[in-house]
Design a protein around this ligand. Structure first.
Ligand code: NCD
Ligand code: ZN
Ligand code: ZN
Length: 345
């Protein structure tokens, strides 16, 4: 066993809940969770209670995020009626993509009207990707619209075997499509939901064993490009309600789970680094973070949640699991933020 140095990991899909839902998370606690998990750059989603669909809301978020201890970018949001702000939003260096919700989930940003969807794909200045929450048939529609309007499409939290197939086909046809998979879909199935109930409830929901196998095959062969956590914290109270809030936290367990898969021989360490650093950086054109690294022993097991969590929600569906490679040191642009496994920032 030996400590190794890795680049700072990147998570392009997190919900840090500020402003509007800081009972679940805020930029400070969410960014501490990122650093604890070896993640030095996150991109925050726009589905706040007051969604990030105007330049005013974007500016407000950028200002609030100054308290984050990791680097942070933002995806702009759309309700289909803010196309007049797209050019300005897309020109901002803090903005890395446009997020579009084609299915019901947390937040009030669902666009179902195909005409409105088409407006969005036509209006976004091509360059920075359009990210979609699109399940099943909605995904086929998004792939077709992106192709028609010359947009780069990123498929968030891919879940079903048929969706992996749809992305494989689109890539083979030369379309500009990338996809991300979440650790919870890689490591759990619908069976876990019976047991963990609200704590394993999220959108898209956990799939079958067949879906899970297709996600692993797709990630290993590169059809699925990256790992993204969809870090979506909710309070225990919100998860124990009927129906529970959708979403699970992921920042503090994603790397440990992926390195567990390396230890099990399910994936190579090189592919994990590519899926959690190199490709996210390339797909979203994320600037280099000089003098930034994470030190850990990839062969060293540890128990998830043994020392609690940095995320304000204070739980994880993976508590008690044996993970691998807990970050021991994290340096971001020359500044040590985590030492001996503890945040010192
Ligand atoms: C996310 C959230 O809570 O913001 N929930 C989820 O179940 N994944 C929204 C989303 O990514 O769909
Ligand atoms: Zn989603
Ligand atoms: Zn999400």
């Amino acid at each position: 066993m030996a400590t190794k140095r890795f680049p700072g990991f990147i998570d392009v899909h997190v919900h840090l809940r500020e402003p509007g839902a800081t009972q679940k998370e805020d930029f400070y606690t969410g960014s501490r969770a990122a650093i604890a998990g070896g993640v030095t750059f996150v991109i925050d989603m726009p589905n706040n209670p007051t969604p990030t669909v105007s330049i005013e809301r974007l500016d407000e978020k950028v200002a609030l995020a100054k308290k984050a201890i990791c680097d942070i970018g933002f995806h702009y949001g759309t309700n289909g009626k803010n196309a007049d702000t797209f050019a300005e939003a897309a020109s901002r260096p803090e903005v890395f993509g446009l997020k579009l919700y084609c299915n019901h989930t947390t937040g009030e940003m669902l666009i179902e009207d195909p005409k409105l969807l088409e407006t969005v794909f036509a209006a976004w200045p091509p360059g920075k990707p359009i990210l979609v929450h699109a399940e099943g048939p909605q995904l086929d529609m998004a792939i077709a619209l992106a192709d028609k309007h010359g947009q780069r499409l990123h498929v968030c939290h891919i879940t079903q075997a048929s969706e992996v197939e749809a992305v494989r086909k689109a890539k083979a046809a030369g379309r500009s499509v990338t996809a991300g998979v979440c650790p919870h879909h890689l490591f759990m199935t619908e069976k876990d939901r019976e047991e963990k109930k609200g704590y394993a409830t999220m959108k898209p929901p956990l799939g079958t064993l067949e879906d899970q196998a297709a996600l692993w095959a797709g990630l290993v062969d590169g059809t699925v490009d990256i790992v993204e956590t969809d870090h979506a914290p909710h309070t225990k109270e919100e998860k124990e309600k009927d129906p529970p809030a959708f979403g699970v936290p992921g920042l503090e367990t994603s790397l440990g789970l992926m390195l567990k898969a390396v230890a099990d021989g399910s994936i190579t360490e090189e592919r994990v680094v590519e899926a959690m650093h190199t490709l996210p950086r390339k797909i979203f054109n994320i600037p280099e973070q000089p003098d930034t690294y994470v030190e850990l022993d990839p062969d060293a097991p540890y128990t998830a949640g043994k020392d609690g969590y940095e995320s304000k929600c204070g739980w994880s569906p993976f508590t008690g699991w044996e993970l691998y490679g807990k970050p021991m040191k994290v340096v971001l642009r020359g500044k040590t933020l985590l030492e001996d496994g503890k945040i010192i920032a």
